[in-house]
Design a protein around this ligand. Structure first.
Ligand code: SF4
Length: 480
């Protein structure tokens, strides 16, 4: 048992989702509405703000606001947003505060029109870039990127594509981008391809999106993934592919498979739901348990629990019910309600748990405080034993590529043994899926993955500061 519990986290107990980006070039189509539905399908990637930029060739209009896609846009607004090109963004803040000023698409006017940019990921050279670009009032890495592109266009009097070819090699870290000006849509993926980006086809044009599920919702056909290090340019001349970066090894975030991506999306040609079921099967082979029922932690643990149950033959039951919409309200719960902690989100089903030996399955543990409450709740509902199975390895290292995990001191597994973690969580047994088995379960073990938060092996140089608010400190203030 750990001598002292971890401090109450200020961050959520799971990795924060990455952002969602979307773009469409489709003359004659209702591009803002297509973008709205694309963002709707990508809502799981970020819930802090939503925005759409649309250009009719003469004028670019940007609408963005804090809140969910359905809260930000209504019919009247979408009807007013007309044009042949649009990009959109759902934000989960990994650099800068969750305020309107930091919402996206970032817009920079140039004459009567301008450029707009949507970004998923995190740069690792933000500080250096802010010095090079000299934009002291930028508060996010996405804003710095937009400023760099703008400066190249303004100073050298070149177009968007040439400006991107010039500036992109200066960006380091994780960035999947949708960028547009009045006539051109551009999709960019960093050389390691940390974050996903795919290309789709509509009758009238082309679509780029963080995940294939956003293509499905608007009836676009999946064409292919944008390759790591590729820049795809779409305009009335057609579609062209550029490679402005030095070639690097592909390092798609492994947590896209474990947790972030939608179950109905495809990555590396693999269905995410099927991959998560395979993770559960692998976990059952690696760490079986003598138990009466398999219970998923909804919704993240469901496919792995299904796989675990299938491999063991132990019945799968819904022992926990999710209060689906509680995280989607802007009404702040009263303190007494907050004290209910996990019970605001999950409710136990005593009829499925009482007198039973339970295998509880989830996909990851980051800080552990929620999991500990959950285990207590399952025991109070009558479970006689709780065996916890996690369908990924211990999360030991912070992420610098677009996941908001906080620093290492907040990570439950950072310096603790499995026995210590089990003691802290109050479980009868605990097992994490081994990394090799996890890679195997993706169905694309040779695809090229980032595993840094699990292995400590980072594919890039690390940023000189881990401060999420590094650009918001007053000028001259010393960074931690
Ligand atoms: S460090 Fe972890 S969460 Fe971050 S990109 Fe790599 S695998 Fe994904």
């Amino acid at each position: 048992m750990l001598e002292s519990p971890l401090p109450e986290p200020t961050l959520p107990d799971r990795p924060g989702e990455a952002c969602g980006v979307f773009g469409v070039w489709a003359p004659g189509a209702d591009t803002a509405r297509l973008t709205y539905f694309g963002l709707y399908a990508l809502q799981h990637r970020g819930q802090e703000s939503a925005g759409i930029a649309v250009s009719d060739g003469e004028r670019m209009t940007v609408v963005k606001e804090l809140g969910l896609v359905a809260q930000v846009f209504d019919e009247t607004m979408l009807t007013a947003l007309t044009g042949d090109i649009a990009i959109g963004h759902n934000r989960y803040s990994t650099t800068g505060s969750s305020v309107w000023q930091n919402s996206q698409p970032v817009y920079r006017p140039i004459g009567a029109n301008g450029i707009a940019l949507s970004h998923n990921g995190n740069l690792t050279n933000t500080q250096q870039l802010s010095v090079e670009i000299g934009k002291l009032f930028a508060t996010t890495d996405s804003e710095l990127m937009t400023e760099a592109i703008y400066q190249a266009m303004a100073v050298r009097e070149i177009g968007l594509v040439d400006a991107l070819l010039t500036t992109l090699p200066h960006f380091e870290g994780a960035f999947s981008l949708a960028v547009m000006d009045r006539s051109t849509l551009v999709g960019v993926r960093d050389p390691h391809g940390f974050r996903p980006l795919c290309l789709g086809r509509l009758d009238e044009g082309w679509v780029i999106a963080s995940e294939t599920a956003a293509l499905d919702i608007i009836g676009a056909t999946f064409v292919r993934e944008v390759e790591p290090g590729e820049m795809v340019v779409i305009n009335e001349e057609g579609i062209a592919s550029h490679h402005p970066f030095e070639q690097s090894e592909a390092r798609l975030c492994l947590f896209e498979f474990v947790y972030f991506a939608r179950p109905d999306s495809l990555l590396y040609g693999q269905n995410i739901h099927a991959a998560r079921r395979h993770m559960g099967q692998q976990l059952a082979e690696q760490a079986p348990a003598e138990a009466d029922v398999i219970v998923p932690v909804p919704e993240s643990g469901i496919p792995a629990a299904q796989g675990y149950a299938k491999a063991t033959g132990i019945p799968y039951v819904d022992g926990l019910m999710k209060n689906r919409y509680v995280g989607r309200t802007f009404i702040s719960p009263a303190q007494t309600m907050r004290d209910r902690g996990i019970r605001m989100k999950l409710n136990p089903m005593p009829g499925e748990l009482k007198g039973r030996r339970v295998v509880l399955v989830d996909d990851s543990i980051v800080r552990g405080s929620t999991t500990r409450q959950l285990v207590t709740m399952v025991r109070e509902a009558g479970a006689t034993e709780v065996h916890l199975r996690i369908s990924s390895p211990p999360y030991r290292w912070p992420c610098f590529y677009g996941m908001d995990t906080g620093d290492r001191s907040t990570l439950l597994a950072a310096d603790r043994s499995i026995d210590e973690i089990a003691g802290f969580l109050g479980v009868d047994s605990l097992a994490y899926l081994e990394l090799d088995r996890l890679l195997e379960a993706t169905g694309a073990p040779g695809g090229g993955f980032c595993t840094a938060c699990l292995s400590g092996s980072y594919p890039t140089d690390l940023p000189i500061t881990t401060d999420k608010y590094q650009l918001e400190h007053p000028v001259g203030e010393t960074l931690p």
